[in-house]
Design a protein. Structure first.
Length: 247
């Protein structure tokens, strides 16, 4: 049975259900930043899956215990989109609109200093503009508010490269837990590409997360060789369903 999560016991259960997957890491980071039982970010649990509704998007980790119940639950919530694993999507009998591989790399425990020109905490509006220019779809206001809150609560990290005061590249780790993290954005200004800034940013991210497993939800057909050359391997597949996602 799917039920609303709001107690400390539910938090511990969510942690157990979500550990070991990229989407689970994302759910845990949201719970760590916002807590349970608040209207802005809402959580539900079954015996085999965890759900989080944030800014109209529903994310699911694990697999549905009862696919028919899960379909009815999602239809009742009516999210604008659902992000889940390929296995979850298949269990629902739904057709995805987009998706791709989940990449993962186990980072070494020891960490050293990062490249000096890669600085932490660039201005969030500047990152949003750079990411939009790189073709990433963002709602600027919600991106700013959510990332700002996560950064303040240690549930996210960001880094930038600069030419003078101008931001030329950025990396956003939108989910951080004690064991795992998710790199959600790596963008470099078009005029500055081919200069190693993307590699430097990725290296700085890795150095900031010693001993964790770092996940990337890569879109199909994008940046395959870049991450493969740096030791990232496929660890599953993710799917995104938009509009009427079940029923």
């Amino acid at each position: 049975m799917i039920r609303f999560a709001e107690s400390p016991e539910d938090q511990a259960r969510l942690d157990r259900l979500c550990q070991g997957s990229a989407l689970g890491c994302r759910l845990r980071a949201v719970a760590g930043a916002y807590g349970l039982g608040w209207g802005f970010a809402q959580f539900w649990l079954s015996d085999t899956a965890a759900y989080c509704l944030l800014d109209g998007t529903l994310s699911a980790a694990g697999l549905p215990e009862d696919p028919e119940e899960a379909r009815a639950f999602i239809q009742m919530l009516g999210p604008g989109a659902l992000t889940c694993s390929a296995g979850f999507c298949q269990a629902l009998g739904a057709t995805a609109h987009s998706g791709g591989p989940v990449l993962a790399k186990d980072l070494p425990a020891a960490a050293g200093p990062g490249p000096e020109f890669v600085q932490p905490f660039p201005a969030i509006p500047h990152m949003g503009r750079l990411m939009s220019a790189a073709g990433m779809s963002l709602h600027q206001e919600s991106f700013h508010l959510d990332l700002s809150h996560r950064l303040r609560h240690g549930a996210a990290l960001s880094f930038g490269t600069f030419e003078g005061a101008r931001l030329t590249g950025c990396a956003v780790v939108s989910a951080v837990t004690p064991e795992e993290a998710v790199l959600s954005a790596l963008a470099v200004e078009e005029a500055c590409r081919g200069q190693g800034l993307g590699s430097a940013l990725l290296r700085r991210v890795e150095l900031a997360l010693p001993g964790r497993r770092l996940y990337i939800l890569r879109e199909a057909g994008k940046n395959r060789s870049f991450y493969a050359r740096r030791g990232y391997k496929t660890a599953g597949r993710w799917r995104s369903l938009e509009g009427r996602v079940a029923g």
